[in-house]
Design a protein. Sequence first.
Lengths: 331, 479
Amino acid sequence: MAPPRSAHKRALVRIAQFALFSALVAALVHAAIQHGLRRVNTGGFGAINRVVQGRAAADLIITGSSRALVHYDPRILSTTTGLSALNLGRNGSHTGLQLAVLRTQVRHNPAPRLIIHNLDLHSLATPTEIHDPGQYLPYLDEPAIYAEIRSVHPGAWTWRHVPLYGHAVADPRLHWLEGLARLTGIERTETLIAGFEPRAWSWTGEFDRFAAKASAGYKVARDDRGRDQLAALLQLCREGGIDIILVFSPEYAAVRPLQLNRAALIAEMSALATTARVPLWDFSDSPLCSDRAFFYNSQHLNAAGAEAFSRELAHRLVTAGYTAPRFTSQP
Amino acid sequence: MLFNSLEFAGFFPVVCAVYFALPHSRRTSFLLLASAVFYMAFVPAYILILGTTIAIDYAAALRIESARGRARTFWLAASIAATCLILFTFKYYTFFTSTFVGLATFAGWQPSPPALDLILPVGLSFHTFQSLSYVIEVHRGRQRAERDWHVFASYVLFFPQLVAGPIERPQNLLDQFRARREFDPILLTSGLKRMAWGFFKKLVIADRLALHVNDVYADPAAHSGPQLAVATVAFAYQIYCDFSGYSDIAVGAARILGFRLMENFDAPYASTSTGEFWRRWHISLSTWFRDYVYVPLGGGRAGPWRRTRNLLVTFALSGLWHGAAWTFVVWGLLNGVYVAAGHLSREWRERFWQSAGLNPTGTPRRALMWATTFLLTCLAWIFFRAASLSDATEILSRLGTGWNEMRITTENCGPRQLAVGIAAVVFLETAQRLHRGAPLTVTVGRLPLLPRWSAYAGFAVLVGLAGVHGGSRFIYFQF
């Protein structure tokens, strides 16, 4: 026998009530996760939290992608030059996002005196998606970060405004667990040293397998927007009175023959630097580049390589006159 | 249209609302239309293929029913041949021609058959088999030929189970399109719970474990024994949760509309023999092959060796049904060997257990049998998942290497993701075990309103947060 119509109505009202209840639960869980993530003190969240909380002031700031993150040891740079140093390298980030993080840093902290911006062959490209967008979800109220993420993912407004939606669809690495853990007082061990992540890894063989498959070589993408973002980063420094050095940190030499448009890309970056009257230090000829013992793959130095490179860079900074007290954030 | 898509989240409530708002006489036609829209969301033109299958089997069944003597068999054979020709053209043509070319080249001849470059229509094997079961049942006199083409087309096209089953028999589903049904809140909540459970299996377990499995199986040579072993066990759960998750969503969606679909899985990894596994895994296909291939071949009636032959033929065909590649054939044959060996060694095994002092219902014996069954099943899954036979042998040869390092995570599946996947599997197995006593939903359903709603909402939040929402396809769609 079919249920009476009043039962239908009651059921539909119940469903609506349950939907509202679920939305409330979602909003509460969302708030809890965001609250927890913005209070994380370690790892990548800890690094950005210090930036947005105004605790990331330094004379020398290093920006860039994973190559910046694992190549530049602020301790060595600081000891040698006398400048306080902080690494803001972000894993998998493109130039637009590196610029957004830098804008956020400048917004909440005293401007640095010197920026070392690390380049790679992807510095002139805009990606079709953000790498690991979950790491930026707690910071979507930061105008620069939000604008850059929306430029790549126009639908990212849902991540910001629909409770839990961003954590559900844009966080496959489950960063939200870190936020909930923080609420219970659990934090993972700090792996960063002033934002620098030394990786004591041996050669993974990943490049050898790649090289075997791509023996004919490959072209690295570039686009005008990517170039404009690098130009915008240079302009931000010029307008803020911040000295900037573009640095092409070491790549494993064997990768170069495979990069078919390498020369053209580096020439384009050099032209940008020349136009902006900014030095570009290319470490492609460093002796480090031909020694596999310093790398774990073709693009990334291991901890030993990072230490050697940081020393080489620090001495060049000293030689070029980037030392305290001329360069200091203290008024 | 994928179940795990925003399109379906909009499509399904609208279909339900319109379906129950319409007078009974219009509902089947509306379901047919909705099913066509659902199917055409994949590749619109392929509705013509489905339409051809429906037309052939609709007409053939009427002919079979009205014919007498050998004419009945003729119409059955014609229907099977025509339906299978479509399946062959779209699914097996490339496989058989490439195998033929390989053999011919080996013999010193170099033929060049034309390449068709066709895309396999989603779920072709499923609706082909469902349609075939209808004509066979009509031929056997166990089902009346359907006069109303709306009803028959709806039976083949019914969207909840159209692309990945369960492969329904006409006796169960066909008449349900005629039954008068009203909106039932109890079926609605029960169906929604079943769908939520399916989404949990698909999004939280299958798609999460897929991150690990895809990394490892894409490049087996680059991964160590522990990674290969973890990926293989992960694949066992990935494919189970992907497919049974689809079935749960299908059963739940059909239930909301007032339809009852058959159960397709029954905790298969709790099996203590491979024979039992096949009674619990993809039940609608296993029973299809049992009824329409194994039994007609003679089944187990003509002695152990004929039974072995029949099992191997049936399982080889089952493997080929899954995919047009030798890896699937080997997977099917391997399972056939397991089941046949289980029959042939029954007495020997019984003597072994008795000599070891292990009684049939004791935990040690059952645990050993369970572990052996699970291990054998996982070994067979290697062939199912590997991209080629050489990859499968590479994986088997590397399984024993690298155990001194014990690295089990991969680039896209770090410790946190793997831990969540494993925790979800433990939750699944615990829930399935509890289900044997009292279903989890019954236990939760007895709670007072606030804790009950909190449990349901919490589960939905868990599925949302711990799931992978990349809109990945269900594995069995490709079959």
